[in-house]
Design a protein around this ligand. Structure first.
Ligand SMILES: NC(=O)C1=CN([C@@H]2O[C@H](COP(=O)(O)OP(=O)(O)OC[C@H]3O[C@@H](n4cnc5c(N)ncnc54)[C@H](OP(=O)(O)O)[C@@H]3O)[C@@H](O)[C@H]2O)C=CC1
Ligand SMILES: CC(=O)N[C@@H](CCC(=O)OP(=O)(O)O)C(=O)O
Length: 319
């Protein structure tokens, strides 16, 4: 008897992102997980064979390993969801961010090559795209994007570093201003010029914040925090995973002052918020998410749900 379960292969299932996807899928009655013996996990021929036999293959691999697997799969009609950076701005791939635009879900439904956003771009694009589409931020401006991530964002290698004593409590990196996330931030925000992006890592495991100043040097006209908040609220109205906090919200601040970077850990939710000082004409837009949730594994499961026709938010059968 053939099963009508969706066959899913997670290539890299023992890594940080892969394990979390596995965890989210392992008890699902509608899914059959295909696995390779541990010893074969880097055997390209066997990986390609099981990937071709699957309905959906999720790549949780370094870029080079993702590219080699995709090449080895040829024109297989298996749906590939790539969590790596390898195909995010590549032709023939659809960006796995259902909330990106009104027609994005249709595009994803029609595509069998899906490239999921990087964790920092998920926040940056979510903030910039609506403001550029609304004509508030100039498409030819250079927004400054600052991000802080927990160390799981750097996968097994960075986790091992942070498990040693003496590691820096907080560090800026990407100071060459050529971080691998810049091309996708530019493309999907609708910018004609690369944004200035500075990431950082804190000595905590999971969760991230992305902040973008919406200052007069990047806007088309004088705007208030209320204007920015309205655009974001309208854009994401009805989107379960992208709630917009009330304008200048203080309710989510720790001790009425501190926005924790780890508040959405283990969820697929990304919260957006807007603060401002109207007297000076300065506005700050903020995104809060889990780098391993909406920034990686949660986003992959959301795309799996979309492709398999179950409820995107619960993974349960619709109707
Ligand atoms: N961590 C995060 O927050 C995010 C990660 N991503 C992306 O997801 C991908 C996976 O990242 P992450 O899970 O953090 O990384 P990890 O280093 O934790 O895991 C990578 C996995 O890939 C396996 N692997 C490495 N080379 C090969 C190969 N040639 N063939 C098969 N398997 C291989 C590793 O196996 P082994 O350990 O045995 O070598 C490991 O299980 C990366 O592209 C990353 O950039 C995307 C968004 C966020
Ligand atoms: C904290 C940390 O090191 N983060 C990673 C990005 C994590 C991520 O989103 O990776 P991909 O774009 O490869 O999918 C980095 O900056 O390289």
């Amino acid at each position: 008897m053939t099963s009508n379960k969706t066959k899913i292969f997670i290539d890299g299932q023992h890594g940080t992102t892969g394990l979390q996807i596995l965890d989210r899928l392992k008890d699902r009655a509608d899914i059959e997980l295909l696995e390779l013996p541990l010893a074969d996990r880097k055997d390209l021929g066997k990986r390609a064979e099981i990937a071709r036999a699957s309905d959906i293959t999720v790549l949780c691999l370094p870029d080079a390993a993702a590219k080699e697997l995709v090449a080895a799969m040829g024109d297989s009609d298996t749906v590939v969801i790539d969590a790596s950076t390898a195909h995010r701005v590549a032709d023939g791939w659809t960006y796995g961010f259902p909330e990106l635009a009104k027609d994005q879900r249709q595009k994803l439904l029609a595509s069998n090559r899906i490239s999921n956003p990087g964790c920092y771009p998920t926040g940056a694009i979510a903030l910039l795209r609506p403001l550029i589409d609304a004509g508030i931020v100039r498409a030819d401006s250079t927004p400054a994007v600052f991000g802080v991530s927990g160390y799981t964002g750097g996968g097994k290698e960075l986790i091992a570093v942070h498990e040693q004593p003496g590691v820096e409590p907080f560090g800026l990196y990407g100071l060459e201003l050529t971080h691998k996330h810049v091309p996708e931030m530019k493309k999907y925000s609708g910018l004609t010029h690369a944004p200035l992006f500075v990431p950082s890592v804190g000595h905590y495991a999971q969760g991230m914040l992305i902040t973008i100043p919406i200052t007069r040097d990047i806007t088309t006209k004088q705007v208030t925090a209320k204007d920015v908040h309205q655009v974001l609220s309208d854009y994401y109205a009805g989107e379960t995973f992208v709630p917009v906090r009330p304008l200048a919200d203080r309710a989510w601040l720790e001790r009425d002052r501190f926005l924790r970077a780890d508040r959405l850990v283990d969820t697929n939710t990304m919260e957006l918020a807007v603060y401002g000082n109207d007297a000076d004409g300065n506005v700050l837009a903020v995104a809060s998410l889990d780098n391993l949730g909406k920034g990686a594994s949660g986003a992959a499961v959301q795309c799996i749900n979309l492709k398999t026709g179950v409820d995107e938010t619960t993974g349960l059968a619709v109707g």
